[in-house]
Design a protein around this ligand. Structure first.
Ligand SMILES: Nc1ncnc2c1ncn2[C@@H]1O[C@H](COP(=O)(O)OP(=O)(O)O)[C@@H](O)[C@H]1O
Ligand SMILES: [Mg+2]
Length: 285
């Protein structure tokens, strides 16, 4: 069975893309088949895995907006994971999808068709699909949350990091209500973590308590190694195999494997139209 995980946070620079590449590589090292989906028009994931978006004729944009078979676009990377790449063209997808019926479901439908197509093949479907979300709560992020079993929120533990978490959880709440009742919040993954200060731990504890969020351990330490990896088109797991950062992502991947083994909840029965419910998230006091 495939586990589809959206890595989302509308804040930029919190290590969404780095986490997708590194967790994907770590899961692949553990023998899992992994597909990464680049949903950011800036195509940083695609680039960081050694593929120049400018060289691509076809990308996830054509899959989402023109119904192209993803198997015609998916590439294998040196990190041992497959990638559904993006190009800058994806920037148009938001606008193009905005007028489409069922736009929230577009990625869910693509992935479910893909799963069906692969089920008959020798290798079968993917064990893991990781979705690298753009830094916004627009159509593409909602489509990712709609396609996912879980959402993981990379979080840089700084004073202002809680701003936005409530908004993201409100979006998750809406997705659960309208488009994907099975979506589960897997928790926050502390990134760019500075263990030398008490401050990061305090911020992390405050956020996880305020929003009742699990923390996926261990925190990913801030290290210069991460800056070097994308330039050579490999994740830190290959460029700096024994670094603290690589070890942390390997351990975080093991946490995800344990999380995936938890039984999935049976979704609530559909609500009657017109009934309003309180939003799940609370604003920090
Ligand atoms: N643990 C880390 N230590 C140091 N730099 C990091 C770490 N994780 C990510 N970075 C760097 O931070 C920047 C933003 O990361 P990125 O994954 O692109 O974030 P996002 O996808 O959320 O915008 C990149 O330059 C990346 O190399
Ligand atoms: Mg990114």
């Amino acid at each position: 069975m495939t586990t589809t995980l959206a890595i989302a946070n509308q804040k930029g620079g919190v290590a969404k893309t780095t986490s997708v590449a590194s967790l994907g590589a770590a899961l692949a090292e553990l023998g899992h088949s992994v597909l990464l989906v680049d949903l950011d028009p800036q195509a940083c994931l695609t680039f960081s895995l050694g593929i120049d978006p400018e060289d691509l004729g076809l990308s996830v944009h054509h899959v989402l907006t023109q119904g192209l078979d993803p198997l015609e676009v998916i590439v294998t990377t040196e990190d041992g994971v497959d990638l559904l790449p993006a190009t800058i063209e994806l920037a148009r997808a938001e606008a193009e999808l905005l007028t489409r019926t069922g736009r929230e479901q577009v990625l869910a439908a693509v992935l479910s068709d893909l799963d069906e197509a692969l089920a008959g093949t020798e290798d079968g479907g993917y064990d893991w699909v990781l979705l690298d979300c753009p830094p916004s709560l627009g159509v593409l992020t909602v489509a990712a949350l709609t396609a996912a079993d879980g959402v993981l929120v990379p979080l840089q533990c700084e004073t202002l990091s809680h701003r936005g978490v409530g908004q993201l959880l409100d979006t998750v709440h809406d997705v659960r209500r309208f488009t994907n009742r099975g979506l589960e919040v897997w928790g926050v993954l502390p990134t760019l973590y500075d263990a030398r200060t008490q401050h990061a731990r305090t911020v992390l504890d405050t956020i996880s308590q305020t929003y009742d969020l699990e923390v996926v351990e261990p925190p990913i330490p801030k290290t210069i190694r991460f800056a070097e990896a994308p330039a050579v088109g490999r994740s830190i797991l290959s460029t700096s195999r024994s670094s603290k950062g690589a070890a942390a992502y390997r351990a975080a991947a093991e946490s995800l494997l344990r999380r995936a083994e938890r039984p999935r909840p049976t979704p609530d029965p559909p609500r009657k139209a017109g009934r309003t419910t309180a939003r799940s998230s609370r604003k920090p006091s």
